[in-house]
Design a binder for this molecule. Structure first.
Ligand code: FES
Length: 59
């Protein structure tokens, strides 16, 4: 889906996957997201993007 880009290519997790995880697990930090669904815990290159999504969801 065009407006649901893959954010974490290591795990093939899209923006919506990450938003769902943030809401489901109440993630506040990128470490929380990594603990919940491993996104950002493999190569780490998606952490900045995850932080942006966290900022949007939790703002
Ligand atoms: S792209 Fe997310 S951990 Fe590698």
């Amino acid at each position: 889906m065009a407006d649901d880009p893959v954010i974490c290519t290591c795990l093939d997790l899209t923006r919506n996957d990450i938003i769902e995880a943030i809401n489901q697990y109440g993630c506040k930090t990128t470490d929380d997201v990594a603990d919940a669904i491993e996104a950002g815990a493999v190569c780490g290159s998606c952490i900045d993007d995850i932080q942006e999504i966290l900022d949007e969801v939790n703002s």
